[in-house]
Design a protein around this ligand. Structure first.
Ligand SMILES: [Zn+2]
Length: 479
């Protein structure tokens, strides 16, 4: 199966993506339409994503907890924008244990409501604040058009939910977690992102302000890869999250929520993959190094395997995630293709000649062909391999950032904007009116992705209507 060529990215990006997910054995289609089965290799990647994020959450003072999957329907109805935004996507349980339920239960699409109701019980005084809780779990949103990892009925994610005494603290928390996501994306996944604020039309249902990290995929479309929301006092008022402040006055809390999901696996695939398959960023790769022993005769086998095991043990001891592929039923060539498809960053080949010379042959996944080949001595190999993995990580981020920057344009007028968003992003002044935003979407299918936070307030003319505009926004077609 792995010897059959992938559909090239340039020919059909979407088909290329689907084939990689299936052939790299990341996920498979479930019997229920729109659901996915995450296979062990995909789950191992998700576990590494979880660990990288979880340690950042804990370092910023958060703790984990678990809230129920089922939420009373009436809870969602308490926050008007929230229920309006989510009701078309809800899965609702009406029968339990063979009996019609008095109140329908929603399978959580997100947990602001149920967590808000618990916070109203737990928070009484300013001394109880801030509450900084994260949960790892799954949610269900009844999507009509689905793609493995990118948009599925059920997906896995983390959702952080925090409550604060002041607006400023809650706003700071929103930005802190956005920065955590950006740091994770760039430093662990080698996915360069642009951080910014969502437009009113694109924000989370029930939020005052949504922020996002946006990444450019290999076909130049944008992928919203993580979001952090400032919820104001909307959920505090809906769920009565009140506390006595230092002056004994009753106040509503300020809340935030933030999430990153298995969708991010789609971002990794579409940022780094090539026509041979997936390319895993070393820091998240379930397997960082694969060893392929090469031999013909029995005497070669013994010597080669001995060297291969020694190398494996040394790398393992150094904390490198290494796999030995000693399958006998397939050829080395088949194995090369197979591990290239699955994106293992570094391949080590050991054959009889290497045994003689006490060397190993290396092949980098991110640099196909001769450019990525080298030889290293078998002794003290681990630190050299660790350096190489770091180099691959850096070079992947550099390449992705260069690709993105090459495809960001500053169109001079609306006509040019319509052209450039067909194969890139436009970074343009926008008057922030819903009309201009809707017009771009209608004319080009491009949406506003985000208004970068760090931009200086300027003076310009809206690229659509020509009226005065203060800030620039990214327009792009998106997943
Ligand atoms: Zn305008």
């Amino acid at each position: 199966m792995s010897e059959e060529k992938l559909t090239p990215r340039s020919e059909d990006f979407s088909e290329w993506y689907n084939q990689i997910v299936l052939r790299a054995k990341l996920a498979d289609y479930a019997p229920v339409r729109g659901c996915m089965v995450v296979r062990p290799y995909g789950w191992a990647l998700w576990e590494n994503i979880q660990q990288a994020l979880d340690k950042r959450f804990k370092a910023t003072g958060h703790v984990n907890a678990a809230f129920p999957l089922l939420i009373p329907m009436s809870f969602l109805e308490k926050e008007k924008d929230h229920v309006e935004g989510f009701s078309p996507e809800l899965a609702v349980v009406t029968i339990g244990g063979g009996e019609k339920l008095e109140e329908p239960l929603v399978v959580r699409p997100t947990s602001e409501t149920i967590i808000g109701s618990m916070y109203s019980k737990w928070i009484k005084s300013y001394r109880d604040l801030p509450v900084l809780i994260n949960q790892w779990g799954n949610v269900v949103r009844w999507e009509l058009r689905t793609r493995l990892f990118l948009r599925t009925l059920e997906f896995y994610w983390q959702e952080g939910h925090t409550a604060h005494a002041t607006e400023q603290e809650a706003r700071e928390e929103t930005m802190r977690m956005l920065n955590v996501y950006a740091d994770f994306a760039e430093n662990e996944a080698a996915v360069p992102v642009i951080s910014g604020v969502k437009s009113q039309a694109e924000k989370f249902a029930g939020a005052n302000m949504s922020t996002t990290i946006e990444a450019m995929m290999g076909d130049t479309r944008a992928l919203q890869s993580g979001t952090s929301h400032f919820l104001g006092q909307n959920f505090a008022k809906a769920f009565n999250i009140q506390f006595l402040d230092e002056n004994n006055t009753l106040q509503y809390a300020w809340t935030t929520s933030w999430g990153l999901s298995t969708r991010f696996i789609g971002a990794i695939i579409m940022t780094h993959g090539d026509d041979q398959g997936l390319i895993m960023p070393p820091r998240l790769a379930p397997i960082q190094v694969v060893i392929i022993p090469i031999y013909k005769s029995d005497s070669e086998t013994t010597a080669v395997m001995e060297a291969a095991w020694r190398v494996q043990a040394e790398l393992q001891a150094a904390g490198i995630r290494v796999k030995m592929d000693d399958r006998r039923e397939v050829t080395p060539g088949f194995k090369f293709n197979d591990w290239e498809m699955r994106g293992v960053p570094l391949r080590i080949e050991i054959g009889p000649k290497d045994v003689e010379k006490k060397t190993v042959a290396l092949a980098r996944r991110d640099k196909p062909g001769r450019e990525g080949k080298s030889f290293l001595p078998q002794t003290d190999l681990a630190p050299l391999i660790a350096n190489l993995l770091e180099d691959i990580q850096k070079s992947m981020l550099g390449r992705a950032a260069a690709f993105r920057d090459e495809h960001i344009y500053n169109p001079k007028d609306y006509g040019e904007l319509q052209e450039v968003v067909q194969n890139g992003w436009a970074y343009s002044f926008w008057c922030e009116s819903a009309e201009c935003e809707a017009k771009v979407k209608e004319d080009t299918k491009a949406t506003t992705r985000c208004i970068p936070i760090d931009q200086e307030e300027g003076k310009g003319k809206c690229i659509v209507c020509g009226e005065d505009a203060k800030r620039k926004v990214y327009f792009a077609r998106a997943y």
